[in-house]
Write a protein that binds this ligand. Sequence first.
Ligand SMILES: NC(=O)c1ccc[n+]([C@@H]2O[C@H](COP(=O)([O-])OP(=O)(O)OC[C@H]3O[C@@H](n4cnc5c(N)ncnc54)[C@H](O)[C@@H]3O)[C@@H](O)[C@H]2O)c1
Length: 391
Amino acid sequence: MVGYAFMGTAHSQAWRTVNRVFDLSLRARMAAICGRDQVRVAEAAAQLGWQEHTSDWRALIDRDDIDLIDVCTPGDSHAEIAIAALAAGKHVLCEKPLANTIDEARAMATAAAAAEAAGVRSMCGFNYRRVPAVTLMRRLIADGRIGEIRHVRAVYLQDWITDPQFPLVWRLQKDRAGSGALGDIGAHIIDLTQFVTGQRIAGVSALTETFVKQRPLPAASSGLSAATGDGLSGTGAVTVDDAALFLARLDGGAIATYEATRFATGRKNGLRVEINGSQGSVVFDFERMNELEFYDATRPSAEQGFARILVTEPDHPYMSGWWPPGHVIGYEHSFTHQARDFIEAIATGADVAPSFADALQVQLVLDAVERSAALGSMWSEVEPVLTEIAA
Ligand SMILES: NC(=O)c1ccc[n+]([C@@H]2O[C@H](COP(=O)([O-])OP(=O)(O)OC[C@H]3O[C@@H](n4cnc5c(N)ncnc54)[C@H](O)[C@@H]3O)[C@@H](O)[C@H]2O)c1
């Protein structure tokens, strides 16, 4: 694993747990973790359960006893690490968004397609797909239970930078993060809605805003929001969006609205998706992640109403490995499910989703949103993913 802060911790939890919960044909062994600071990476290795540590990610790729590289760094290093790892024959799990630019994402998808021919697999970490209620939502839609999809309504709302004194962490710098709320949390609802509907975003009309344009330079690195300018004083420019909103058309005929913001005061991790079809609706709200709301318009009118499905039955997606019905799961379980599916794909040769080609397509949507916003919300088509990469 490369990177040991927020996602490094979440993924470590998954690798520690996955073989204890699921009966898999391969076992995860937590061989080594990489971070740039020798002292801190040694502490992280001990805390998170890694056997060894290093401050150079290339040392991981050079080792014959390491089969898989898990990339948990900011977006500016995803392409370099992932492409080098794939070239060395290592399977790669890479955090989202796949890269900071479409050129990098395209290079990664091309490298993944070449590696695939040699049996080397790659996956992008859109973990919310693997919340059981979200997977169930996809299943109900695929089974035709809400009929033809008309509306997709998706928001991802946070509020952690509403204070103008919050420092200029890497997530607020375009050269490190690629974009702001758009790529960080907007990418999740793009992937999630395309996953559950089976439809892809074909075009968008967007607007973005940066409310606070200058922020204090960070005094020191801090956990989830590792700093970039340790020890510096003064302020620096915010070079990403604070909020991104867009209308979209999906290629199966649905119309959609998306909102991603870090300025929704009071909303901490408010990911909510509602899909309305000709025969019903489904609603998911991450802050109630064990539940799925389902409205079945084919029922007799006297019995109609939104049903709250508690997604904890053994025949619900992923739940057979966990607890008795009603004993709910949490955020970290989505990463364990991600690790489970990736290990199984490696073991059995099953298709990996989301592949790097799928994640490139999300990147192309992000690009269309940025182009539209730059041109006064002009309608922008999403460039189709090249067939040779998709295959
Ligand atoms: N799936 C999710 O829900 C989710 C949530 C948060 C972040 N992310 C994604 O995960 C990635 C990492 O975000 P985070 O929140 O964990 O960030 P973070 O700032 O908490 O951690 C980043 C880690 O990468 C390390 N790092 C940076 N550059 C490095 C390099 N060149 N070599 C080795 N280590 C390096 C840092 O020291 C730190 O340990 C980003 O792509 C982000 O978009 C995904």
